[in-house]
Design a protein around this ligand. Structure first.
Ligand SMILES: [Ca+2]
Ligand SMILES: [Ca+2]
Ligand SMILES: [Ca+2]
Ligand SMILES: [Ca+2]
Length: 470
């Protein structure tokens, strides 16, 4: 009896010692939480961050491909996938290591958005699609192979609104992935829990405008929750779990159950990138956010570098006195982060006013004593031009004025169209124009972009002081 008892105690001691020797890895029984990481679309380098904060990085794919992770061989470990939106090619890999695709095939049309997930609950992920042009999700429960086309989807349903961004997660924890849509401007997330056309069955708000939302099971309870990557803060905000600062401004986030990783690689550097009209993605959202904070941008943070971003960048370049390209240079990130405005005249009796610096070609709106908006302007070019009463010179009058008159629409004069003009002296106005180049180009008026004229209409008023100098 006693010997048996001693033997049991010895076994128990050995078992305890063995368990202490064993590393606590994902192979242990119990919940396994997802990890997250980033893919640098400019280099094709993947950075997987494990639960301990260690990084494993490898090269996979071509710059520009859309990255995601999934369990393609049903072994419980998620590995990389890429979707090339230009031709619908899918490139899947079955290990978290550098190498070429193990599986490749094509599915969908140019512009389709990949939705990697397990939509039939069989434990295997496949690559379904969202087609923004008709707001339709095309679900397929198998993978292709051998460079061949995959054929028709198994089922489809209409969900999501134009401008919304889809992502995938098992939000109700039933083992079948669900499609969610993020409304970027508000952070509203709409989830459809069944794969049929119908309204959202789950709605919540998460993140800030410009965040990239995706999903994962970061607490290991079997249900996925949202996680926001806020690129301008280089921080991941999971719904469940602590915030993690990791990464860089323009990389694309991914999540998955990575399995054991070697670790020991360098984390993403957080370096900088140049941007131009037509670019999209987290770096553009970061730029829009930073330009908004600095008073240069008043558009929606939609992660797209369009004309409004170009104009905001133009105003920024004018303020800092660099080349007025309208394109974002890699060195501009630091300049914007460290921006100090040029010294502006102090006018303590005029908390609300406009200052126009003709040298820099920018307009500053003061409200409550603070600069709240900075816009690019184009003023008089100094040349002679014909008027109904003889030659005139295209000079913008310098001086101290107040707005005398406002027209809430287009005013067509012999010199062209003035949109929403605010007249400050004679026929001279600050007005919207379809052409606001980087240099003085007007006949004497002060041109601002049309959308800035729309915005200014809600801020300026007749009697507001205007000071023109430089
Ligand atoms: Ca796998
Ligand atoms: Ca499946
Ligand atoms: Ca589900
Ligand atoms: Ca969870």
């Amino acid at each position: 009896m006693s010997s048996r008892s001693n033997a049991f105690a010895l076994l128990a001691t050995l078992a305890l010692a063995w368990s202490l020797l064993m590393p606590a890895t994902a192979t242990a029984a119990g919940p396994v939480a997802d990890g997250f990481g980033l893919v640098d679309p400019t280099t094709g380098i993947w950075y997987l961050r494990d639960a301990g904060g260690d990084t494993t990085s490898f090269f996979y794919g071509n710059p520009g491909d859309r990255p995601f992770m999934g369990d393609w061989d049903c072994d419980g470990i998620d590995t990389p996938g890429l979707y090339r939106q230009s031709d619908g090619y899918v490139y899947l890999r079955n290990s978290n290591t550098q190498g070429i695709a193990d599986i490749q095939f094509y599915f969908g049309n140019p512009g389709d958005v990949p939705l990697a997930g397990d939509f039939d609950g069989d434990g295997c992920d496949t690559v379904s699609l969202y087609r923004p042009s008709n707001q339709t999700v095309y679900v397929i429960d198998r993978l292709g192979s051998g460079d061949a086309g995959l054929g028709a989807a198994d089922r489809s349903f209409v969900f999501g609104d134009p401008g919304e961004v889809p992502f995938v997660g098992d939000f109700d924890g039933n083992g079948v992935d669900d499609v969610a849509f993020q409304e970027p401007a508000t952070g509203r997330v709409s989830v459809r829990l069944t794969q049929t056309t119908g309204p959202a069955e789950m709605t919540f708000w998460y993140g800030n405008p410009g965040d990239t939302l995706f999903a994962g099971d970061f607490d290991g309870d079997g249900a996925d929750a949202a996680i926001a990557f806020r690129s301008w803060e280089r921080t991941f905000y999971p719904q469940t779990g602590p915030d993690v600062t990791y990464g860089s401004l323009w990389m694309l986030p991914i999540a998955g159950r990575f399995g054991p990783l070697p670790g020991g690689d360098a984390a993403p550097s957080g370096g900088r990138t140049a941007l131009e009209v037509g670019d999209t993605g987290p770096a553009v959202a970061a730029l829009q956010h930073m330009l908004t904070e600095a008073g240069f941008f008043r558009g929606s943070i939609d992660a797209a570098y369009g004309p409004r971003v170009r104009d905001a960048v133009m105003a920024f370049h004018k303020v800092i006195g660099t080349t007025r390209s309208g394109s974002w240079e890699a060195s501009d990130w630091k300049a914007l982060t460290n921006l100090t405005l040029p010294s502006l005249p102090a006018r303590s009796g005029e908390p609300n006013r406009i200052e126009v610096d003709l040298t820099r070609q920018v307009l500053y709106l003061f409200q409550g004593g603070e600069v709240t908006a900075i816009m690019p302007v184009s003023s008089g070019n100094g040349e002679l031009f014909d008027t109904p009463s003889g030659l005139g010179r295209a000079v913008t009058p310098r001086g101290d004025y107040t707005f005398q008159r406002y027209i809430d629409g287009w005013r067509i004069s012999y010199l062209g169209g003035l949109y929403r003009p605010w007249y400050f002296v004679g026929g001279y106005a600050i007005h919207g124009s379809t052409s606001v180049p980087a240099y003085p180009a007007s006949h004497g008026c002060i041109r601002i972009p049309l959308w800035e004229a729309d915005w200014l209409a809600g801020q300026a008023y007749v009697g507001m002081p205007v000071h023109i100098w430089g």
